[in-house]
Design a binder for this molecule. Sequence first.
Ligand code: SAM
Ligand code: DTB
Ligand code: SF4
Length: 360
Amino acid sequence: MDTLEKHAQRPESMTGRQPGSMSASGPDRIGGDASTAQPWTVDAVAALFDLPFADLMFRAQSAHREHHDPNAVQRSTLLSIKTGGCPEDCGYCPQAARHDTSVGNEPMLSVDAVVEAARTAKANGATRFCMGAAWRSPKQRDLEPVLAMVRQVRALGLETCATLGMLKPGQAGQLREAGLDYYNHNLDTAPEYYGDIVSTRTQDDRLDTLAQVRSAGMNVCCGGIVGMGETRRQRAGLISTLANLDPYPESVPINHLVRVPGTPLENEDALDPIEFVRTVAVARITMPRAMVRLSAGREDMSEAVQALCFLAGANSVFYGDRLLTTGNPDVERDHALFARLGIHGLDPAAPAGGTPAPGH
Ligand code: SAM
Ligand code: DTB
Ligand code: SF4
């Protein structure tokens, strides 16, 4: 049975609810498979966060090396296919219509424009192309062109990912049918902090969409944002919820909040970079087989901190000079950083062990 079939049979188990307080055996399960082992309690995850830095990094490196090439980093390019005007109230987001930011309400891009951007991304060395839309959930008439985009981007030989908001069961099936490999839908933060950040939909709504994605047979890309004023315990709560999804996500984006003027979180203090690295390490230990993505926030991050994130087990990045509406390091800068660190691009389509992706 392949992974997708296995996922398709288990959507009902994907509640993501926090387990009760159990043994603190979690931290000892380095290299274990969270889909078959005991749940990661918040206490067990918090205990990882509290480790001396060198001990935490050693454990993260051990888990990383057990399952991944430690010198390979996968590259995903993002494109906003429908920007701004979103009816939701996510406190971090520049695309919410109610936030007074410089992002306007733009029409959806044409299929041709999206495919052209994907072609460029591939030529630059990306292996996955992620299409994002500022929707609460897609209307059927909007989904049709997205299905065409997915088909044509996949025909270029790229992995496809989309993040379009909440999905209904039929929509997940249509996306899968069109060739969508991954659906991104983030839990964003700890269950008990979520209501401070978003009021227009609940975290349970998000879990329902993730279950639809699983039952349609797609891979799940699900992570969160740190640096939104949450406590360390709440960061542990986010990671615990993600790690207890059964199975845990194939792809886990760890975003540092991009503080965009005009959003309610614009004046949030930056998170201590060492705490960000710890979050990556804890994600790696608790979800050892996942691709852990060093996601938003790289533009304001020193190269030394990014190097620590790779050492902590990050093995994927957003690649290209834009995220959705904000900036990201340009391709030349990333090539130079990868060269300094001896990192090569990972092509998931290549035989085991991975061969360098183009662009290197
Ligand atoms: N509208 C869809 C949704 O929210 O599901 C898809 C697009 S939305 C912009 C995708 C994700 O981007 C959000 O869930 C959030 O995790 C991330 N994001 C948005 N604004 C961000 C910011 N300022 N900093 C970091 N991550 C951000
Ligand atoms: C994810 O976890 N991060 C990406 C992607 N999934 C869609 C989005 C980051 C957005 C950062 C703010 C912006 O550029 O608008
Ligand atoms: Fe809308 Fe997504 Fe931004 Fe929330 S994160 S305001 S749903 S675009």
